[in-house]
Every structure is written in C-alpha cells, then in structure tokens.
Design a protein around this ligand. Structure first.
Ligand SMILES: [Zn+2]
Length: 102
C-alpha cells in the first residue's frame, strides 16, 4: 500500500513517514473492503452469487487497490457464470439430461 498523497510505501504506522498524512481512514476503508470480500466469498460458496457480486462491488468502492479489484472481478465472473448456466438450463429445460454428447 502506498500513501495516497505522496506515494511513499507505507508501513504499519497510521501516519505516512514521508509526508505525515493521517492514514487511519484509508486503513479503515481497506479493512472494511477486505471484510466485504471475505463475506462475498462466503456468499458465493453458499450459493448466493447475486449477494456475492453486490458485496464485491461495495468492496471496490471502499478500496480500489489492485488486489481488491482483481478479487472482486473474480467473484463477479463467478456470479455471471452461475447466471449463464442457470439461464442455459432454463432454456434447454429437463431434456438436457437426455442429450448425448458425440
Ligand atoms: Zn505520504
């Protein structure tokens, strides 16, 4: 993580060592985003992809860092894949079980 003001690499302190910027709010947002991603992954695992996608989007709104954006993108791809497979099974219907692959 880098300081949003001077781009110095940050350590565990709540004040930037270079410019003295108070980073407590940024750290709180980052931690809240991490909690939302954890919750989103739980929702995905429990079969609630729509809820997972919503939580992933909220995480990115709190912290747009690369790791949060990439994790949220993964969750949203999983959500969309689930929607597509559900839509495909609705379009094909129960006859899909009788299809034989070559
Ligand atoms: Zn700084």
């Amino acid at each position: 993580m880098h300081c949003p003001v001077c781009r110095a690499r940050l350590d565990a302190n709540l004040l930037c060592r270079r410019c003295g910027c108070d980073l407590s709010l940024a750290r709180a947002c980052s931690q809240a985003a991490t909690r939302k991603l954890h919750h989103a992954l739980q929702q995905l695992w429990q079969g609630n992809p729509a809820q997972a996608g919503r939580l992933a989007s909220e995480a990115v709104a709190l912290d747009a860092s690369e790791i949060v954006r990439q994790t949220a993108a993964f969750i949203i791809r999983c959500r969309d894949r689930d929607r597509l497979s559900h839509t495909a099974s609705l379009q094909v219907g129960p006859d899909i079980n009788r299809l034989k692959l070559p």
